[in-house]
Ligand binder design. Structure first.
Ligand code: FAD
Length: 525
C-alpha cells in the first residue's frame, strides 16, 4: 500500500516484481479538506501520486488506485473486497495515521515496515534514534550528526575521523550574497496529467490559498533526479558560503529545493548526500559546501524526524514561552504588513509554497517568537502553506527550532534584531548601504528603519527583540550566550527599557487575526 510520501518502489513494503503482488494507492477526501492547503502543494502531491501510478502500471504492476474517505477506511474497504492473504505498508510518517494503521494491523493481515534503516526511506530506524536519545543529558544535532557520517562512511577517513579535521564547517558558511549571480532554477512545464490536477485544484471547493500558476515542481523520479544533477553541478558550490544569505530579488539563492522530492520519496537521502560527497571527492566543490549540504540532509533532516517520534504527541502542545497571540492576517495576506522582510518571505510562500531556511527561521519564526505568536497556530500555517511540509518535519522545526516552545533539542532561541537581517542581506553596519543594494536587501526598501530601536519609525524586530529578552529573562539567563545579551540590555537604562517595552507593545497591539478563520484538522487523513 502506497501513501503519498512513499513514492519509492525500492521500499520494503512493495512488491519487487509484478508476480510478487499488487499495489494499493489511496487518495483521500479527508486529507484534501484537512487544512487550507497551498494550491501548489495539493497539485504536487496529487500529480506525483498519479504519475507514480502510471509509472508502476507501465512497469507491469497491477495498481489498485482508489479514492477513499481516509487511508485507514480505504485499506479496510480494499481488504474486505480483495480478501488479501497479506498486506504490507511502510510505517506512516504522520503520527495520527501511524496510530490508525497499527490499530488496523491488530485485525487485518497487515505488516508495517519501519520507514528507516534498510528498506526504509530514512537512514535510521525509529528505535535506533530512541535508543540513542535514552540516557542522554542533551539531545543535540551536532552530537548525532558525526554518527551518521560514520554510519554512511561519508567524508570520513579509514579511522572514522572527519575529512578536513572537523565535523562541521558551519562557521565558514555565513556570507551575504550581495551582487552574486545565481543560476536559474530549471522549473518543469506541467504535462497533461499535472494540468488536469491543476484544473481540479483551481476549483473554489478544493485549493484554498496560494498561487497555482507557475507550478513547476518535480512530480516524477526522473524530474527529481535531473534536479539533483542540476543542483550538484550548478549550485552546490555556492550553497556553503551563501547558505545563510537573504536577498529580495533571489528567492532560491543556492538552495537545493530538494526537500520537495525528498519528502515524497522521489529521492533517497543517501543518494542525495553521496552525490554531494562525490562532487567534493572529484575536486569540483569545496569541503565547506559539500559538508554543509550533507549536514542538512543526513544530520538535520534525520535528527528532526527522530525528534518527532521521540516527542509526539506532546510536541503539538509545546508552549514553553506561554505564547498565545493568534496568527496575524499578513501570514495569509502579505500586502498587509509594512515589514519588508516578512512581506517578501510570505509572498514567496504564496507564489511558490517555498522560502529558504533562513527566511523560515530568522524572518518568519524569529518574528513569530518575538511577537509571542501561538506555536500551534504558526505550525498550522507552515504545514498548510509549504510545499515540503508534513507534520514530522514542520512541527519539530517550527515548535522547537523556530519558536523555542520546547528546549528538548535546542540550546537557545533563534532570535535576532534587525542588525542580523541587515547583515545577512549585505547591508553595512551603519546606514542602509549603497544604492546598488536597494534591490537586493529588504531592509533597504522597508518603511521601518533597521538602525532605530524605539519609536514609530523603528524596525519592530529591534524593540521586540530586547523586549523578548526582558520578558523571558529568568528562563534565558540559564544560557551563557543569552546571559551576555541580557548584560547588554541591563546597560540600556530604565528610560530606554521603558521605550522598548512601549514600542514592542504598540506593534503587537497593531496585529489583527485573519478573518475568515480556516479550520485545521491535524489528525484527518
Ligand atoms: C520553521 C522551519 C520550518 C521548516 N519546515 C520544513 C518543512 O516543512 N519541510 C522540510 O522539508 N523542511 C523544513 N524545514 C527545514 C529547512 O528549512 C527546509 O528543509 C529547507 O529550507 C528546504 O529547502 P531546500 O530543499 O532548498 O533546502 P537546502 O537549504 O538546500 O537544504 C538541503 C536539505 O537539507 C534538509 N534540511 C535542512 N535543514 C533541515 C531541517 N531543519 N529539518 C529537516 N530537513 C532539513 C532538507 O531535506 C533540504 O532539502 C523547516 C525549517 C524551519 C526553521
Amino acid at each position: 500500500m502506497v501513501l503519498p510520501w512513499d513514492q519509492d518502489p525500492t521500499l520494503a513494503a512493495f512488491p519487487k516484481t509484478p508476480a510478487d503482488g499488487q499495489l494499493l494507492v489511496l487518495e483521500t477526501r479527508a486529507k484534501v479538506h484537512a487544512m487550507p492547503w497551498h494550491r501548489q502543494k495539493l497539485t504536487l502531491i496529487v500529480s506525483s501520486v498519479r504519475h507514480f501510478v502510471e509509472e508502476r502500471r507501465a512497469a507491469g504492476f497491477h495498481v489498485e488506485h482508489r479514492l477513499a474517505d481516509d487511508y485507514a477506511s480505504g485499506v479496510e474497504a480494499f481488504s474486505a473486497w480483495a480478501k488479501p492473504k497479506a498486506l504490507h505498508a511502510m510505517a506512516p510518517k504522520e503520527w495520527a495515521i501511524d496510530g490508525r494503521f497499527r490499530a488496523l494491523a491488530t485485525r487485518l493481515p497487515l505488516t508495517i515496515h519501519d520507514d528507516g534503516g534498510p528498506g526504509g526511506h530514512f537512514l535510521t530506524t525509529r528505535d535506533e534514534f530512541l535508543t540513542w536519545v535514552k540516557g542522554r543529558k542533551q539531545v543535540r544535532m551536532d552530537q548525532f550528526y558525526p554518527l551518521m557520517r560514520q554510519k554512511l562512511g561519508l567524508l570520513v577517513d579509514a579511522k572514522g575521523k572527519p575529512v578536513g579535521g572537523k565535523w562541521s564547517f558551519d562557521a565558514d558558511n555565513r556570507e551575504h550574497a550581495r551582487g552574486v549571480e545565481m543560476p536559474t532554477i530549471p522549473w518543469f512545464t506541467p504535462d497533461a496529467l499535472t494540468q488536469k490536477v491543476m484544473r481540479w485544484v483551481g476549483r473554489d471547493d478544493v485549493g484554498a490559498w496560494g498561487r497555482l500558476e507557475g507550478f513547476g515542481w518535480p512530480v516524477t523520479r526522473a524530474q527529481a533526479l535531473s534536479w539533483l544533477e542540476h543542483f550538484v553541478e550548478r549550485r552546490l558550490e555556492g550553497f556553503g558560503p551563501y547558505e545563510d544569505a537573504i536577498r529580495s530579488d533571489e528567492r532560491f539563492l543556492f538552495h537545493s529545493l530538494l526537500s520537495v522530492p525528498l519528502n515524497l520519496g522521489l529521492l533517497r537521502p543517501d543518494e542525495v548526500a553521496r552525490a554531494a560527497a562525490e562532487k567534493y571527492q572529484r575536486g569540483h566543490v569545496s569541503l565547506a559546501s559539500a559538508e554543509g549540504f550533507i549536514r542538512q540532509v543526513i544530520g538535520w533532516r534525520e535528527f528532526i524526524r527522530g525528534v518527532y517520534w521521540w516527542l509526539m504527541p506532546g510536541l503539538r502542545e509545546a508552549n514553553g514561552l506561554s505564547a498565545h497571540r493568534p496568527l496575524p492576517d499578513f501570514f495569509w495576506a502579505p500586502e498587509r504588513t509594512g515589514l519588508q522582510c516578512v512581506k517578501e518571505a510570505v509572498e514567496s510562500v504564496h507564489d511558490t509554497g517555498y522560502t529558504h531556511h533562513i527566511q523560515r527561521l530568522m524572518v518568519l519564526c524569529n518574528y513569530a517568537t518575538l511577537a509571542g505568536l501561538d506555536p500551534r497556530a504558526v505550525s498550522h500555517w507552515f504545514w498548510a502553506a509549504f510545499v515540503d511540509a508534513y507534520e514530522w518535519v514542520e512541527l519539530p522545526n517550527v515548535v522547537g527550532m523556530g519558536l523555542h516552545a520546547t528546549d528538548a533539542f535546542t540550546t537557545k532561541p533563534y532570535v535576532a534584531s534587525a542588525a542580523y537581517l541587515k547583515r545577512q542581506s549585505g547591508l553595512s553596519a551603519k546606514g542602509r548601504g549603497p544604492a546598488a543594494a536597494r534591490d537586493e536587501a529588504p531592509c533597504a526598501r522597508c518603511r521601518y528603519d533597521p538602525d532605530v530601536r524605539v519609536g514609530p519609525t523603528a524596525c519592530p524586530f529591534n524593540a521586540m527583540y530586547w523586549d523578548f529578552l526582558d520578558r523571558h529573562r529568568e528562563r534565558l539567563s540559564k544560557n551563557l550566550r543569552m546571559r551576555q545579551l541580557l548584560t547588554t540590555l541591563d546597560r540600556f537604562g530604565p528610560e530606554q527599557v521603558k521605550a522598548i517595552r512601549q514600542t514592542a507593545e504598540a506593534h503587537r497591539k497593531s496585529l489583527r487575526p485573519y478573518e475568515p478563520a480556516w479550520a485545521f484538522h491535524e489528525d484527518r487523513g
